[in-house]
Design a protein around this ligand. Structure first.
Ligand code: MTE
Length: 318
């Protein structure tokens, strides 16, 4: 596959120094109490006002706490991948153009009865909770954040997939006037799509996200609905979902279509399997100016390893 534009992370590690330096400077600034300075350029703005905003904060589920420090909002809300709004990490301002209400989710394919549901009706109907999750990007940086949302399992109970459905595909919007990245990168296979198996979607860890840090999800994080799959590389966690399709054939996702040699379907985190152009053994902890060892399945093996029994011949890692 010939990719005309290179993704932000397609840089050999030895050329990634400026990024690392920038991150270190950011960590220093934060350490010097300059988080306020970062915020002075404008606080993270929330969604367009919505009736479900008042439901925040969601109660924390104590089963999903974590041994790592939470990554500050001042860092995570200014360092995002959201290619619809540009290929740099600094898309948070451009992403404020995303119009998140009204927002409808279409549920289609192999389900008992296809339907559409407004995002606020969906949020109001779901069992809401907050979970602390690790997040590991394929670019070898990581963060730990409090996501608010609902288990994907609860959504499956509502969607009622047929037993013939084996995969769930999630799509994002296409609107090149609103999203400059879609206008600039016309050869990318928009909409951004990702897919997982129905069995993965039913795993307790699969989480549909509507908020972060106890508040409605700021736009740059993929409002009003995104996925969080903490045992997989971050590119599987599709943002701004507006269509969910159940199918019996394995869908090809956005990055797989662009660069299948580097980004596969399963994309489970594995420190021992290097990306073709960099090691996955360690990760840069956002805002902490240090690297730590990466864990198999990002530390969630106990919950998810069973999903992959019998699939050992597949390429389970990105
Ligand atoms: N979803 C959409 N729609 N568009 C994107 O470009 N980038 C992915 C994922 N979901 C992406 C997306 C990648 S590569 C990562 S690492 C995470 O979003 C980044 O999530 P964050 O910005 O909340 O850290």
């Amino acid at each position: 596959m010939n990719v005309i534009h290179r993704k932000g992370w397609e840089i050999p590690e030895n050329q990634a120094t400026p990024e690392a330096v920038a991150m270190n400077r950011r960590a220093l600034l934060a350490g010097a109490g300059a988080a306020g300075l970062l915020l002075a350029s404008g606080p993270a703005r929330a969604n367009d006002p919505a009736p479900t905003d008042a439901l925040h904060p969601y109660p924390r589920n104590p089963a999903y706490t974590i041994e790592r420090e939470l990554t500050p909002e001042a860092i995570t809300s200014r360092y995002n991948n959201f290619y619809e709004f540009g290929t740099s990490k600094n898309i948070w301002q451009a992403a404020q153009a995303l119009k998140t209400r009204p927002w409808t989710i279409k549920v289609e394919g192999l389900v008992e009865k296809p339907f559409e549901i407004g995002i606020d009706d969906l949020i109001a109907a779901m069992p809401r909770e907050e979970r602390l999750y690790r997040f590991r990007c394929v670019e070898a940086w990581s963060m730990t954040v409090p996501w608010s949302g609902f288990p994907m399992k609860a959504f499956l109970d509502r969607a009622k997939p047929l037993s013939s459905a084996k995969y769930v595909r999630m799509d994002t919007f296409v609107d090149a006037r609103m999203a400059p990245g879609q206008a600039q990168n016309i050869f990318y296979p928009w909409p951004y799509q990702e897919a997982i198996t129905v069995a993965e979607a039913a795993n307790d860890l699969a989480f549909l996200v509507t908020g972060i840090y106890g508040k409605p999800l700021p736009k740059q994080f993929g409002a009003p609905l995104r996925l969080a799959l903490p045992w997989k590389y971050g590119f599987k966690s599709v943002k701004s979902i507006n269509r969910i399709v159940f199918t019996d054939t394995r869908p090809k996702s956005f990055w797989e279509t662009l660069q299948s040699a580097e980004y596969g379907f399963w994309a489970n985190v594995n420190p021992e399997v290097a990306h073709p152009r960099w090691s996955q053994a360690t990760e840069e902890v956002l805002g902490e100016n240090r690297r730590i060892p990466t864990q198999l399945f990002n530390g969630y093996g106990e919950q998810v390893a069973g999903l992959y029994k019998g699939l050992e011949k597949e390429r389970l890692w990105a």
